[in-house]
Structure formats: structure tokens, C-alpha cells
Design a protein around this ligand. Structure first.
Ligand SMILES: Nc1ncnc2c1ncn2[C@@H]1O[C@H](COP(=O)(O)OP(=O)(O)OP(=O)(O)O)[C@@H](O)[C@H]1O
Ligand SMILES: [Mg+2]
Length: 254
């Protein structure tokens, strides 16, 4: 399971995020982006962040380290803003933390060139996990010291909202026409050849083992957290080999 760090100070809200993520300090002196367990998006969003973030890093993508953040609700008492205070007070226990990339800028497709290889790998990965949140309007990519980093995998694996239909839903195509990297001639077939063989049952077991038990408890239709972990792994395993054939909306390279 993810390492746990205790929050020692709430620094500031990060204005851009829809879920009102914040910047906090941990007892290890690290700076983290916190995603609150009590945010309106719900704990499935955090599970998706863990599964996709840990999978991405293991496949070689730059993806900040994830931890769980233990938070004493007392930290909320001094917050002037009601919305922040409510989040802090409602999120005692485990929240998601991500290494804060100091000085990182939001990716701008007009200002930063991406190679067809890198674009292909990212589009392929997003197709695998069904990421609908990497559009040119909201790329959820950061540029840090000249490199592209992936963040924000909360809006992925839509099938986890309806498990009985997960298998059919996981067979669906992926529309990449609005993808932030669609304009960079992504080499999706090349990415598939390189990455798909790494998406094995063993790797997915390792990835899903990182999800905290508390975020998997009491899911209807599942006997225990490990049962649900296997349900997360299955569609990804089934999708990996052929998902590149089902990416639509990208123009063929001349
Ligand atoms: N690890 C990080 N390091 C530096 N800045 C970050 C990091 N993670 C997030 N941010 C900043 O915070 C913003 C919001 O984060 P994120 O996109 O993860 O939140 P969200 O609430 O899920 O957003 P969305 O509105 O896309 O649903 C990002 O756009 C980015 O500017
Ligand atoms: Mg975002």
C-alpha cells in the first residue's frame, strides 16, 4: 500500500482544480498536493488516481510519487474560507497526496513540442485507462524542468461506476480527437508495441495492491478489497493488447 505521511500544515488551495486540491506540508518535510477524501468527486476518484498513476510510473512515464496523507481535522479550524474548512474538517484519516512539482507550468500545446513517440505513449496510455481528462482545454500535463509529467487521473476507468457492465464498457473505443497531444502525430502503434507487453497480471496486481483498503471497503457485489482489486485489473489486462486499434479521431501520418 502507498506510504503514509502526516500533514503538518495546510498551505494554500490550488485554484485551478475542480475538486479544490490544496498544497500541504508533511511530517517528512515534503510538499504535497492533497486530494481530499471528502471532496464531492468521491473516493472512486482517488482509487482511479492510484491505479492509473502507479501504472503510469511503472510503465516509465514521469508521474509524481503518490502517498496517503493522514490529516488531523483540527488543521481546518484556522482556515478563513468556509469551503476549505469544510474539506479539512471532513477529511480526517486518509487522503491522497502527490509530490508537488515546484515551479511546474501547465502544458501549452502551442509553446511546447512533443515528439510523436512521447505523444503516442501518452495517448495509448490514456486510451488504455479511458482518460477523458487530457483534452487541449484541460491537459492535466505539467512541464517541469523541461520534461512532461502526467497528473490527475481521477476521470478514468468509467467502468468502475457500473461493475456489472465493466467488461462491455472496457471494450469501447477511445475518441482522441480532443486529446491535448492529438496534433503531435502520436505514434500509437509504436507505443502499443513497446508498452502493451508490460501490462501483465503481475504488474496489475502490484499496482492495485497500492490502493488503500479503506477506499475499497463496502463496494456492493464484492466480498473484500482484494476481490475489488482484481476487478480493477481485469479490464485493463483485457484492453492492453488491442486498445491501439480502437483509438479514433487521430489523423494518419502522411
Ligand atoms: N504534483 C503537482 N505539482 C505541481 N502542481 C500540481 C500538481 N498536481 C496538480 N497541480 C496543479 O493543481 C491543478 C489542479 O490539480 P488537478 O488537475 O490534479 O486537480 P483536479 O481537481 O482533479 O482538477 P480538474 O479541474 O482537472 O478536475 C493542476 O492543474 C496544476 O496546476
Ligand atoms: Mg486537473
Amino acid at each position: 500500500m502507498l506510504n503514509e505521511v502526516t500533514v503538518t500544515r495546510y498551505v494554500t488551495p490550488l485554484r485551478e482544480g475542480g475538486s479544490l486540491p490544496g498544497l500541504v506540508e508533511g511530517d517528512d518535510l515534503g510538499a504535497y498536493v492533497i486530494k481530499f477524501a471528502s471532496a464531492g468527486q468521491g473516493r472512486k476518484t482517488l482509487v482511479a488516481e492510484v491505479v492509473c498513476g502507479e501504472l503510469a510510473r511503472r510503465l516509465g512515464f514521469r508521474m509524481p510519487r503518490l502517498v496517503t496523507l493522514a490529516l488531523d481535522p483540527v488543521l481546518g479550524l484556522g482556515e478563513p474560507e468556509q469551503q476549505v474548512q469544510d474539506l479539512l474538517r471532513g477529511s480526517g484519516g486518509g487522503n491522497l497526496g502527490m509530490d508537488f512539482l515546484s515551479g511546474a507550468l501547465g502544458f501549452d500545446p502551442l509553446a511546447f513540442a512533443v515528439s510523436p513517440e512521447e505523444a503516442g505513449r501518452i495517448v495509448w496510455f490514456d486510451a488504455l485507462v479511458g482518460n477523458v481528462d487530457r483534452s487541449w482545454r484541460n491537459p492535466n500535463l505539467l512541464v517541469h524542468r523541461g520534461d512532461l509529467w502526467l497528473i490527475d487521473h481521477g476521470a478514468t476507468m468509467i467502468w468502475h461506476h457500473n461493475w456489472p457492465a465493466a467488461e462491455t464498457s472496457a471494450a469501447r473505443p477511445y475518441d482522441a480527437s480532443e486529446h491535448a497531444l492529438a496534433r503531435f502525430a502520436p505514434d500509437i502503434a509504436g507505443a502499443a508495441a513497446e508498452l502493451a507487453p508490460h501490462v501483465t497480471e503481475e504488474l496489475l496486481a502490484e499496482v492495485t495492491a497500492e490502493i488503500p483498503d479503506a477506499w475499497l471497503a463496502d463496494e456492493p457485489g464484492f466480498t473484500d478489497p482484494d476481490d475489488l482489486r482484481r476487478a480493477y485489473a481485469r479490464p485493463l489486462l483485457a484492453r492492453a493488447a488491442t486498445v491501439h486499434e480502437r483509438v479514433t479521431g487521430i489523423e494518419e501520418r502522411p
